[in-house]
Write a protein that binds this ligand. Structure first.
Ligand SMILES: [Zn+2]
Length: 435
């Protein structure tokens, strides 16, 4: 089944790029078609949301049952394909929480993440999950210093566990840990073996965050040629490459990306849900906008940020406080004329508003003119230019707040000969604020 999915995904991308049916052929029918387009799943990926598994490994995270349920419901309403939960083998409460979330009847499939061990698999199957994400370390570091098993043992156990899970009618993914520091031949032979016994997905995990986008592309593309099942990928953000790596994985033929809200996870976390969608909405706007309720993103991030007692970083894609704030006069002028001049993302897609920062010495008269309109005042362009000079003069002396700039505008207006106020001005298209 998984093989069909993966093949269809690749063909769909193929068909959409060259606009011609390829008759279901797995390989390129057009010799001039770029390899990247054939492999790419940037318009057909699925999200495995791991805030309730990877995110629980974040230093500040302690999710009680009620919080887990709130997060699971929010993610489900947002439209993620899968929700991954902590292993029921981790603790008795983890097992109970897993059962409780399975009973919610969510649209998203519920997965739990377990060690490649028959006891863990049996415990997980009993909770009512839709599938198991099975994991084992394959790098020499982990084989030597963590579980101490050799590759033959890993392969034998993997096949037993996968066959058991499938016999229960559940989905199963098999993943290595630390895939980029595992021996390539070992890794590919293992994945070929599990693919043959019908695993739904194999997983590539950059557990230590060491991979570069090009390494990701190469490994996923190689794996794509070896297995017919789906390919899930998991990227840690130690070097800030987690979004770029996820994108390259999709370009190379990966089908599933692991995310967490705000990227929370072990150490400094993994590919953030919002950041990934910021990237993907630019590449595949129709797919992303039709599938995910993007206007819910801020609410979900706020929910998780509060639960783990952090603030949304200022430079967070989409929801960072200044993500849609324009300050320099030259930018403000262009933005006021046409927002796409200095914005690749449209804040309205996420239920947000752009801001033009006008209370600074970098401001321009176009931004001030918009603010004058918002205040219900009428001035000629020359008068706006004059008051802009006054705002800049004060802002050169000290930082000014929105109230300072508004006072300058109002008192300047008073000095002008009496004019009717433009009370009927409609709401401005752009909100103009101070700092
Ligand atoms: Zn991880």
């Amino acid at each position: 089944m998984c093989g069909t999915d993966a093949t269809n995904g690749a063909n769909a991308a193929n068909g959409s790029t060259n606009g011609k049916p390829n008759g279901g052929a797995k390989f390129r029918s057009n010799p001039y078609q770029p390899v990247g387009d054939f492999l790419s799943n940037v318009g057909s990926f699925k999200i495995i949301e791991s805030t309730l598994r990877e995110g629980e490994q974040f230093a500040n995270a302690y999710f009680d049952t009620e919080t887990k349920i709130k997060i699971a419901k929010a993610l489900d309403a947002f439209g993620v394909d899968y929700i991954e939960l902590t292993s029921p083998a981790a603790s008795e409460q983890s097992r109970k929480d897993c059962e409780a979330i399975c009973k919610l009847g969510l649209k998203a499939k519920i997965l739990t993440h377990v060690r490649c061990d028959m006891r863990d698999a049996k415990l997980a199957v009993e909770t009512g999950v839709d599938g198991l994400d099975v994991v084992i370390g394959t790098s020499s570091f982990l084989r030597e210093h963590s579980h101490g098993k050799d590759m033959a043992y890993i392969e034998k156990t993997a096949i037993e566990v996968i066959e058991y899970i499938k016999s229960k009618g559940l989905e199963v993914r098999f993943s290595s840990e630390d895939s980029f520091r595992s021996d390539l031949v070992d890794l590919l032979s293992l994945y070929r073996a599990v693919d043959k016994v019908g695993v739904n997905r194999v997983g590539i995990a950059d557990t230590v965050g060491c991979a570069s986008p090009r390494q990701v592309y190469d490994l996923v593309r190689t794996l794509r040629g070896i297995v017919s099942c789906d390919i899930e990928t998991h990227f840690h953000d130690d070097k800030g490459c987690s979004i770029a790596n996820a994108y390259c994985a999709l370009e190379a033929g990966a089908t599933h990306i692991d995310t967490s809200v705000l990227g929370i996870g072990e150490r400094n976390g993994i590919t953030p849900l919002g950041g990934l969608l910021a990237r993907m909405v630019v590449t595949s706007p129709e797919y992303v906008k039709s599938k995910y309720k993007l206007h819910m993103l801020k609410e979900i991030e706020d929910l998780v940020a509060e639960a783990v007692e952090i603030n949304t970083p200022f430079n967070n894609p989409i929801t960072g406080f200044c993500a849609f704030t324009h300050k320099a006069g030259i930018h403000a002028k262009a933005i006021l004329n046409n927002p796409s001049t200095y914005e690749i993302l449209n804040p309205a897609d996420f239920g947000l508003t752009r801001y033009v920062h006008f209370a600074s010495r970098l401001t321009g008269w176009n931004a001030v003119k918009t603010r004058v309109g918002q205040l219900g005042l009428v001035m000629t362009d020359d008068q706006v230019k004059e008051v802009t000079a006054k705002i800049k003069a004060l802002a050169d002396v000290r930082p000014i707040a929105i109230d300072d700039a508004d006072s300058i505008i109002r008192s300047f207006h008073l000095t002008l000969h009496e004019q009717p106020e433009a009370a009927q001005n409609g709401p401005p298209a752009v909100e103009v604020v101070g700092q």
